[in-house]
Design a protein around this ligand. Structure first.
Ligand SMILES: [Zn+2]
Length: 399
């Protein structure tokens, strides 16, 4: 989710209105972030990944291991499969991250595709793998790098968050850690810093960070993007999906870390967690292939775009939170239009008595729904994508 509207679990759920920040603001922030990064790099002399590839000398399951990568060091016209050496586990072993590179025969733009920042979002991984499998480096002008398992320890148990042992058992949301800190106070923060400084940022002219809904909460097919940035808008419009969440989302999410570094980026959301949605995945594969055509990396006519899918664009997502415990029955479906005041769900107690009725206070479209039928108070039951017309800094929804 990355902003993932699925992250409604956090305290102070803030949904900024589109009007709150403009493109110039986004890139002004970026200059500050770059300076901070320079300072960090100065503290970590070995962190300068932009200069070259560092092979550790290890080979794991037949794949060479790198601790830094410059895709321009790889042979052109070929695919390359490497492991990136992430942070260490308590045993001193490293977490490795799978890196696939399709290096075109001719020079061109470099696109980075990321999935697995959350460990239960399998359709996002499959989307990236499918795109990579369709690429023919001999025919390409430019490079596509895919990283599919950023949070390996979360993927091990197919759960959203990284199980960290720093202060006893803790679960860390990796999509609040970016751009990370190689000298940070948690292993996930260091892992994010290593990846961002030595693998992701140095090889990206454009980046796409794929997500899905989260366990217990599924979402429609949409992109989260700063649509007021022309370079980002041009890419997002190439996806034949039903919704766009035009919102700057939170600090700390990976696609915003890229934007802060001056790299256009956004986050597709590919349906439900835990499963492969084989009907939805092709929409995002088609959109991503369109993006590669837009940047001249591959040739061919554009596929279907958001014009063909009649996309609904909203700048805010209203979370409707449970006020009781009990069994939830939805009265609307994903992508369905709702009116202000429309009842969207009811909840029953153990006797079957209706203990709560939920209505939407806004007109919009259903973008996410709780898929676990039981709920306790405070859980989001639905997100309604809508257009907030009042100019304001942000709306804060209590959890
Ligand atoms: Zn996610």
């Amino acid at each position: 989710m990355s902003d993932d509207p699925r992250d409604v679990g956090r305290r102070d759920f803030i949904i900024a209105s589109l009007a709150a920040a403009g493109a110039s603001a986004a890139f002004a922030v970026s200059a500050g972030a770059a300076n901070a990064q320079d300072t960090q790099d100065a503290l970590t002399p070995s962190a300068d990944a932009g200069l070259g590839t560092a092979y550790t000398g290890d080979v794991v399951r037949g794949k060479k291991v790198v601790s830094a990568l410059n895709v321009n060091d790889l042979a052109p016209g070929q695919k390359h499969f490497l492991y990136f050496q992430g942070v260490q586990m308590p045993t001193g072993q490293h977490w490795y991250v799978s890196v696939a590179v399709a290096r075109g025969a001719k020079p061109g733009k470099r696109v980075v595709l990321v999935s697995g920042v959350h460990g239960d979002e399998m359709s996002s991984v499959h989307t990236v793998q499918t795109v990579m499998n369709q690429l023919e480096p001999a025919e390409m002008s430019g490079t596509v790098m895919a990283v599919t398992d950023v949070s390996s320890p979360a993927l091990e148990s197919m759960q959203r968050r990284w199980p960290n042992s720093g202060r006893g058992i803790d679960l860390i949301d990796m999509n609040r850690e970016w751009p990370g800190n190689e000298n940070g106070v948690t292993a996930p923060s260091r892992h994010a810093g290593l990846l961002f400084n030595r693998l992701l940022r140095p090889n990206a002219d454009v980046a796409i960070d794929f997500h899905t809904g989260t366990t217990g909460f599924h979402v429609s097919a949409f992109n989260i993007a700063s649509m007021d940035v022309p370079e980002i808008k041009a890419m997002v419009e190439l996806y034949p999906v039903g919704q766009t969440f035009a919102n700057h989302a939170y600090p700390g999410v990976l696609h915003n870390a890229f934007v802060d570094a001056g790299i256009p980026a956004f986050a597709p959301e590919v349906g439900a967690a835990r499963v492969l949605d084989l009907e939805m995945i092709p929409l995002f594969v088609e959109g991503t292939m369109n993006v590669l055509k837009l940047h001249g990396i591959i040739a061919g006519p554009m596929g279907r775009t958001s014009k063909d899918s009649g996309v609904f664009i909203g700048n805010s997502a209203l979370p409707i939170l449970a006020i009781q415990g009990g069994l939830v029955e939805h009265l609307v479906k994903l992508n369905e239009k709702v009116e202000a005041g429309q009842k969207i769900a009811i909840q029953r107690n153990g006797f079957g008595e209706v203990v709560a009725e939920y209505t939407s206070s806004v007109a919009g479209e259903v973008a996410g729904q709780r898929s676990d039928a039981m709920s306790e108070p405070g859980n989001p039951l639905a997100f309604i994508l809508f257009n907030k017309t009042t100019a304001g800094d942000a709306e804060i929804y209590p959890e």
